[in-house]
Design a protein around this ligand. Structure first.
Ligand code: PLP
Ligand code: COI
Length: 340
């Protein structure tokens, strides 16, 4: 157990911290058990678990936010419930009923309430639901049993320094195949990204950008986040492709850009050879929130958008609007917030 008194709320990074309770539920003989909170952070599973051999697993990521008056709230958790079930379907895993998914999250956040960072520190409680194939198996096929667990960790910014521009380099490798599992949040996509990530880090970049796996001409993902750009005539643009993870943050920004900032919006191809069309660019996701992209290294040229050190005005407005809603300072569109 991590001593709460030792947590420096204003200087959290994105690292594992053991909190007090996690939720586990088992699926066997065609049904889920009731599920319960436990204190042990170790899972004991069969050596024949398909998650270990064949990557039959998927996960989610969402956050709980402390508001100014001390309440705790979740941002669009029903979207995570939908997405984990899309991922589960893709890998032939049993679905988790929406009520069960939401109940598990509420139980975990309430039980670990003391770990939700105070309002104003910038910290949040990151929640990680995980669905894995377990049981005694060996042939390539869906597992006989499944485990659904949810744990949580207080976190700060995913990239050191928070809301400040970082540079990315374009990877020569793909994280997913054209009609593979790119749109599902499955561990295999992340295993495939580790090597490119390491190469990017070693070359001094925050992370790498993946191009479309068919033609390598269009931007798809920015590390573990989606891409957006603001064109010179103020259009919010984000790529569309079957191998991109449908980011809940991205769809939220598409809505906020249109309805709150009154920008034109489009989901369309973003050509790596046409970065000049954008005056600002960013990465967006639950962990990344909005991370401004200073520049993108492609072949031997670094293309700088707004600035390598300053945040662009549209990116800043999007960030303020999104975070304002997430932390309860701005009124959220209907159904976006669930109070804990
Ligand atoms: N793309 C990838 C590959 C991710 O891992 C994530 C993180 O969840 C995202 C995009 C952003 O998705 P979301 O905004 O739903 O967190
Ligand atoms: C998230 O933003 O929730 C992610 O899953 C990104 C990464 C930590 C895998």
């Amino acid at each position: 157990m991590t001593k709460l008194a030792n947590i420096d709320w204003g200087n959290l990074g994105f690292s594992y911290i053991k909190t007090d309770f996690r939720y586990v539920s088992n699926w066997k003989d065609g049904k889920w058990d009731e599920g319960k909170l436990v204190t042990d952070n170790k899972l004991t599973i069969s050596e024949g678990s398909t998650a270990l051999h064949y990557g039959q697993q998927c996960f989610e990521g969402l956050k709980a936010y402390r508001t100014k008056n001390g309440d705790i709230q979740l941002f669009r958790p029903y979207e995570n419930a939908k997405r984990i079930n899309n991922s589960a379907q893709r890998l032939l895993m049993p679905e988790i009923p929406e009520e069960k998914f939401i109940d598990a999250i509420l139980q975990v956040v309430r039980a670990n309430e003391a770990y939700v960072p105070p309002y104003g520190t910038g910290g949040t409680l990151y929640i990680r639901p995980l669905l894995i194939g377990v049981g005694d198996n060996i042939g390539v096929g869906p597992a006989s049993e499944y485990l659904f667990c949810v744990f949580c960790i207080p976190v700060g910014p995913y990239y050191k320094g928070g809301m400040k521009p970082v540079n990315y380099t374009v990877s020569d490798y793909d994280r997913a195949a054209p009609y593979g599992t790119g749109m599902a949040k499955v561990g295999g996509n992340y295993a495939a990204s580790l090597y490119s990530h390491e190469l990017a880090r070693k070359s001094g970049f925050a992370d790498c950008i993946y191009l479309d796996p068919t033609t390598h001409t269009k931007i798809e993902e920015v590390g573990a986040a989606n891409f957006f750009g603001i064109t010179k005539d103020d259009e919010f643009v984000t790529p569309q492709s079957p191998s991109i993870l449908p980011s809940i943050t991205k769809y939220s920004l598409l809505y906020l850009a249109k309805e709150f900032l009154h920008l034109k919006v489009a989901e369309r191809d973003v050509l790596i050879d046409n970065l000049d069309e954008f005056k600002e660019a960013g990465a967006c996701g639950t962990a990344a929130v909005i991370t401004p992209i200073g520049g993108i290294q492609y072949k031997d040229k670094l293309h700088v958008f707004h600035s390598e050190t300053e945040v662009g005005p549209v990116t800043q407005k999007l960030y303020d609007t999104l975070c304002g809603i997430q932390f309860g300072d701005l009124e959220a569109p209907g159904g976006w917030i669930l109070k804990v």
